[in-house]
Design a protein around this ligand. Structure first.
Ligand code: ARG
Length: 459
């Protein structure tokens, strides 16, 4: 097969060399974007009088046919033609004859591939934003259903203070809100057209870059042709936003894995999101959560990979940049898959309210209440802390919890203790009283859920 750039060459590379250099095995993912970009380019060429209207319509007709074939998966691509751009151009010429060769007037694969990537990411980021919202809605549903579900809140993975399970879930809602914002803000930099930058320096043809940008729905054009073809910041931003998102999902995965263990038993994952063991009949493993935790690593890898590819590149295009694609596709697939799984996992999980609440009563996570009690009666907090610490030690030695101590024992520890302390020690009271803005108090949670719902309704 003759190379589209074969003129300068007197012999062709061996097949295995071609294969090494080719990107078609992965960049065929860009088939629709590439056709879309070409249609806009050819429309612009004819509007600017660079090719005739008749030629443009012949070419466009061929491109439309290719689009249809692509939709039905009827195109097969060849490694000999290196990448999606040359494969499509070759198909086009087969379909419409030599006029197909005019498509590449005033264009290079360098601005072409950059255009494809911008179009592709713009679409994918929109899909990801919608999937984040799905997961947020799932969190909101469970949060609304679990306002009064008490659980121990942790620091250092040691029980710290009782909280509402709803409050814990809502923490992830707000993390996702920031993730969504990051993606939404990045669109501004994705939605810029490199088309018309040519190989690196612009073109001698009287093109109209604003027109092709407008036809593709871009908000503006790159100001500098060198920057246009060598910028991959928008992909880096996507990968870093994705890394942060995956870090959040990985943390929630870890919690789900812990919570569904026999040691915690706080939640049961639905059978449809768990797997069994081939040897141990009793096992129900939280595979999906583990896998998402694991896949976070590959997204970080994709980010580090591209940062490293780009770091030493002189302007403008270098073949190294072909390495920008697989990581990006991989991250898109990983992030969209993980978000979908999580939305389902959250919606279908069973929350073991009794088990969680029991946990809040068989620990010392109400010790702060006792210290606050004394200090609100005028005892300096440090002193109150010391007194309660001693009471905890008494309990540890006796093998009981604070609420098991008699009023006499309390009074002996400090005369300001009265019988209302039992009410204070109740984890539900502890949660309710944390009514500071953003705290776990039931009122605060209701405010937060309302805010979150309003936010989602605005979309
Ligand atoms: N397959 C190439 C890539 O993905 C397309 C651009 C090729 N440009 C070039 N000058 N060789 O980067």
């Amino acid at each position: 097969m003759k190379k589209l750039w074969g003129g300068r060459f007197s012999k062709s590379a061996e097949e295995w060399v071609d294969e090494f250099g080719a990107s078609i095995s992965f960049d065929q993912e860009l088939v629709l974007e590439d056709i879309e970009g070409s249609i806009a380019h050819v429309t612009m060429l004819s509007k600017c009088g660079i090719i005739s209207e008749a030629e443009a319509s012949q070419i466009k007709n061929g491109l439309e046919q290719l689009k249809e074939k692509a939709a039905y998966d009827e195109l097969s691509f060849s490694v000999k033609l290196e990448d999606i751009h040359m494969n499509l151009e070759s198909y086009l010429t087969e379909l419409v004859g030599p006029v197909g060769g005019k498509l590449h007037t005033a264009r290079s694969r360098n601005d072409q591939v950059a255009t494809d990537m911008h179009l592709y990411l713009r679409k994918q980021v929109q899909i990801i934003i919608e999937l984040i919202e799905e997961m947020q809605l799932a969190l909101l549903e469970q949060a609304a259903a679990n306002i009064e579900t008490l659980m121990p809140g942790y620091t250092h993975l040691q029980r710290a203070q009782p909280i509402s399970f709803s409050h814990h879930l809502m923490a992830y809602f707000w993390m996702l809100e920031r993730d969504k914002e990051r993606f939404a803000e990045s669109v501004k930099r994705i939605n810029v057209s490199p088309l018309g930058a040519g190989a690196l320096a612009g073109t001698t043809f009287p093109i109209d870059r604003h027109l092709s940008a407008e036809l593709l729905g871009f908000e503006g054009i790159y100001e500098n042709s060198l920057d246009a073809v060598s910028d991959r910041d928008f992909i880096l931003e996507f990968l870093s936003g994705s890394s942060i998102l995956m870090m959040h999902l990985s943390r929630l995965s870890e919690e789900f894995i812990l919570w569904s263990s026999q040691e915690f038993k706080f939640i049961d994952l639905d059978d449809s999101f768990a797997t069994g063991s081939s040897i141990m009949p009793q096992k129900k493993n939280p595979d999906m959560a583990e896998l998402i935790r694991g896949k976070t690593g590959r997204v970080y890898g994709d980010l580090m990979g591209l940062l490293t590819v780009l770091k030493g590149l002189p302007l403008a295009y270098n073949k190294d940049m072909q390495e920008d694609k697989e990581g990006m596709f991989d991250t898109v697939k990983t992030v969209t898959g993980s978000l979908k799984i999580f939305a389902g996992m959250i919606r279908t999980m069973t929350v073991n309210k009794n088990q969680m609440e029991k946990a809040t009563k068989t620990d010392f996570s109400n010790a702060t209440e006792l210290a606050d009690y004394l200090s609100s009666k005028g005892i300096p907090f440090r002193e109150a802390h010391e007194i309660v610490g001693k009471l905890v030690l008494t309990c540890v030695n006796k093998g009981c919890y604070l609420a098991d101590l008699s009023l006499e024992e309390f009074v002996e520890a400090h005369p300001l203790f009265e019988k209302d302390i039992y009410e204070v020690l109740d984890p539900a009271t502890a949660v309710k009283r944390r009514d500071s803005a953003g705290g776990t108090g039931f009122e605060q949670i209701m405010i937060a859920i309302k805010k979150a719902k309003d936010l989602m309704a605005k979309k």
